[in-house]
Design a binder for this molecule. Structure first.
Ligand code: NAD
Length: 306
């Protein structure tokens, strides 16, 4: 099976590429290396260095005729989306449209799209389901929400199958301390520099932290299931920032000094994703608990410090 992974040189895309190769797929990565790295692309996958908005990327997909396109390439940084909404919209909306046109031309069976819990904005509920209204509060959330809608209408008009996965806060090896939801990577980077992690507010704010291997498993499940579905890809569990630090302390074997600074205005206090629909339709559930995922991430990031 030929598959294309846009953003396959990035954090999540490179893990997905590895897993697809392990399943025997012929994997082609389309990435402009703007936040990803050539070294992230596993041996055995072909890297096509191209911007998803470009005629080149479109020609690559049309030439490959992949059965499935995993579309992960994105401007994934909330703060950058606020600083430069036009660039964010260009990559996340126009880029997705170019990928969709290529899918259609190539006769692809399905697109699997990396969306985000940021599409929900401030729902005002501690657990968010797909039935809740998606009213983003950042341009990033809005561009992803809009891309989702283009995918749905494209599917209605042109018959392209899709699964939209709304990821929680993904963490794991190879994550860099930028982009979306990267608090684990930020903390690990501080620890690598022997500096104290900075906690905004009291640290009791919670998020749905989901391990990258679980996100890969959800994407693989979408190869055959979840037709025309929009699904939360989270654990359904709330983990606080303080809890994350306790888990990292356990890995380090020493207490971790932390520095508290005032909370950021507009930050959501608690958020977790209701995973039941994904469990039903994808037959997928997050297999890693936070302790297990953090231990693996720590071991691969700071391997010599134990
Ligand atoms: P990442 O920055 O590591 O990966 C994104 C990849 O896309 C990079 O390799 C980058 O070079 C590439 N890219 C960016 N713009 C491009 C363009 N115009 N043309 C071609 N390639 C381009 O980020 P990630 O954390 O691996 O995120 C992957 C996807 O998952 C993104 O769509 C992101 O919005 C989504 N997501 C991530 C999280 C998270 O917690 N990390 C949460 C929700 C959703």
């Amino acid at each position: 099976m030929i598959v294309a992974v846009t953003g396959g040189a990035g954090f999540i895309g490179s893990h997905l590429t590895e897993a697809l190769l392990a399943q025997g797929a012929d994997v082609h990565v389309i990435d402009n290396l703007s936040s990803g790295y050539r070294v992230n692309v596993p041996d055995g996958a072909v890297l096509h260095e191209a911007d998803i908005r470009s005629p080149h990327a479109r020609a690559v997909i049309e030439g490959l005729r992949p059965e499935v396109v995993f579309h992960l390439a994105a401007q994934a940084d909330v703060q950058r989306s606020i600083a430069d909404p036009a660039e964010d919209a260009s990559v996340n909306i126009a880029g997705t449209l170019n990928v969709l046109a290529a899918c259609r031309e190539a006769g692809a069976r399905k697109i699997v799209f990396a969306s985000t819990s940021a599409v929900y904005g401030n729902v005002g509920k501690e657990i968010v389901s797909e039935r809740d209204k998606a009213e983003p509060v950042s341009f990033y959330g809005l561009s992803k929400r809009t891309a989702e809608q283009y995918i749905r209408i494209y599917s209605q008009l042109h018959g392209l199958d899709y699964t939209i996965l709304r990821y929680g806060n993904v963490y794991g090896p190879r994550q860099t301390p930028k982009g979306e939801g990267g608090v684990v990577a930020v903390f690990l980077e501080r620890l690598r520099q022997a500096a104290s992690p900075v906690v905004h507010g009291d640290g009791e704010q919670t998020r749905d932290f989901v391990y990258v291997k679980d996100i890969v498993a959800a994407n693989l499940a979408a190869l055959t299931r979840g037709s025309r579905e929009t699904l939360n890809a989270g654990t359904g569990r709330a983990t606080s920032v303080n809890e994350l630090l306790r888990l990292l302390e356990r890995c380090a074997g020493v207490p971790i000094e932390r520095r508290h600074v005032p909370g950021r205005p507009g930050d959501i206090r608690h958020s977790r994703l209701d995973p039941r629909r994904a469990r039903r339709t994808l037959r997928w559930t997050a297999a890693y608990d936070t302790a297990g995922g953090i231990a693996e991430t720590y071991a691969s990031t700071l391997p010599s410090s134990r």
